[in-house]
Design a protein around this ligand. Sequence first.
Ligand code: NDP
Length: 285
Amino acid sequence: MHRTFRSILTGSFSTPCADNPTVAMIEAGFQHAGLDARYINCDVKPAHLGEAVRGALAMEWAGFNCSLPHKVAVIEYLDDMAEAARIIGAVNCVSIRNGKLIGDNTDGKGFLASLRTVIDPADKKVFLLGAGGAARAIAVELGLAGAAHITVVNMKKAHADTIANLVRDNTKCNATAHLWEGEARIPADTDIVINATSVGFGNADAMAAVDVETFKKGQVVADVIPNPPMTRFLREAKKRGCTPLDGLGMLVNQGVIGVELWLGKTLDATVMQRTLSDIFNTSDA
Ligand code: NDP
């Protein structure tokens, strides 16, 4: 049998990068699939992003993720962008094909893949809390997936307006923006509720201001927070008969989708999820 000593190279450019567990998750997936591929977690400062991108191209990497603070800055180095990434205006996954750099955004796609394990968003009404980068990617993908209406609620109303406008202008989905004052009340006809704020990250007891009595039995309630996955938001929703969906699935699916784009291979999501759960030390994930 012919043996080759050349590994497929992939990785991530961000700073700071030391707390990002994606490398462990993806390399577990590579190993399980028997792939001789590496995912290299690189600390790249903003001033060196161009050199890092050119380096990946020169070394014939298959692709790389871009995390904070490079998701917008990387766009100037790309040859092309997928539709959703173009609408969102941010790229977190770059594929290198025939020497060309193609930008994609897997934030919303990872969320959608996770959401589809419990509900098809087509024709559904969505209540979206938060209007940062994650909310923006999720709203655009939900719009492209045929959601009927998205209500975007945020403390800084202008950010919610931007997302609602993006969705209305680029998809067939209707969207409205609302100022988040006091406890947000979830409209009774909502099918899917999403916490896309950063509240709950690293704190199992923190919860964004929501009137928990407005969770309704049967609703799908999702959180983007991957750690700890069972946030207070999800626990309160589960208590009231809702179907909870944690942010770990979103993170795992982003990894799966990224590798599909780079290598055309689908890694085992269960193996990757187990790796992350071990790192986050959660048994209920
Ligand atoms: P941003 O900083 O872009 O946005 C944060 C959002 O949270 C803003 O809308 C902000 O409101 C809102 N917010 C912050 N504090 C509060 C509060 N106390 N009450 C209500 N709203 C609040 O962050 P991202 O969108 O990039 O990330 C958000 C979260 O999503 C992070 O915790 C991140 O870890 C997680 N994430 C998870 C992913 C996954 O794969 N599971 C992928 C990407 C992100 P305002 O605009 O008014 O300031």
